[in-house]
Design a protein around this ligand. Structure first.
Ligand SMILES: Nc1ncnc2c1ncn2[C@@H]1O[C@H](COP(=O)(O)OP(=O)(O)O)[C@@H](O)[C@H]1O
Ligand SMILES: [Mg+2]
Length: 230
């Protein structure tokens, strides 16, 4: 489906996270403006790992946005331990399945997870997504979810390890209800990551979950320079 930008801008806004606006459109769709052709292509390639794209928003004949199925943001406030465990397991499968398709997400965090109409969990925000086979340096990695090795090597191509590190932190988010380094200004977050600081895994009471988080953080820390075959 194709709609013109002027039919969208009077719709209610769901979120204005940064440079993009997300609108609720005709009750059943979400529309993200600005979002380009590459992001839409990545969503299509991601198949059932992505909230389902439905079409494009045009301005003067050029794509400025994406129409998608309206999802429900994940709110863990009322989740009990079992709900959180199940969600974490589903998230792990989701990331594995995306990687299996040869795609890297590049911005895994709780805010980029949605419940689809059919009840499944899906990723949104494929702006930083890339094909693994010819990946390049991440364009605007989200600071709070990146590893020290990534922060020190922003020119290395995006790798599965980046998604794994962010996955570990997202599981921590699910259990604590907080984002990593919550409330700290960007320069302080950067200082802390450079100093080798990360989240306090013991804040997650469950030892099994602590193990999951540590596993993915450790996998994430294995990010290597592209020519290092070992
Ligand atoms: N299809 C959708 N249905 C419902 N909410 C959505 C949808 N897509 C995005 N959102 C909401 O809008 C927010 C911002 O969208 P996102 O694609 O992550 O933009 P950004 O690249 O600016 O972070 C998401 O965190 C989510 O809460
Ligand atoms: Mg986002």
């Amino acid at each position: 489906m194709i709609v013109d930008i002027k039919d969208v801008v009077s719709s209610p806004i769901i979120a204005t996270p940064g440079h993009s606006h997300v609108y609720k459109y005709n009750d059943v769709y979400a529309v993200k403006v600005f979002a380009g052709e590459r992001e839409l292509e990545m969503m299509r390639l991601a198949g059932d790992c992505s909230i389902t794209p439905r079409g494009r928003v045009l301005h003067d004949g050029k794509q400025v946005g994406i129409i998608m199925e309206l999802g429900k943001p994940v709110d863990v406030t009322d989740f009990d331990l079992q709900d959180k465990k199940e969600l974490s397991e589903k998230l792990i499968s989701l990331v594995k399945s995306l990687h299996h398709k040869g795609l890297l997400h590049g911005d895994i965090k709780l805010a980029n997870l949605l419940f689809a109409k059919d009840g499944s969990i899906r990723l949104c925000d494929f702006e930083g997504s890339q094909l693994e086979v010819n990946s390049t340096a991440p364009e605007e990695p989200t600071l709070n979810w990146i590893s020290r090795v990534r922060l020190q090597n922003l020119d290395w191509p995006l790798r599965k390890e980046d998604d794994f590190y962010a996955l570990g932190l997202t599981i921590w988010e699910i259990f604590t209800g907080c984002i990593p380094f919550q409330g700290l200004p960007e320069d302080k977050v950067e200082e802390r990551i450079r100093a080798g600081d990360f989240v306090d895994v013991s804040e997650v009471g469950d030892v099994e979950i602590q193990g999951w988080i540590e596993k993915y953080l450790d996998l994430g820390r294995r990010l290597r320079r592209p020519d290092d075959v070992n």
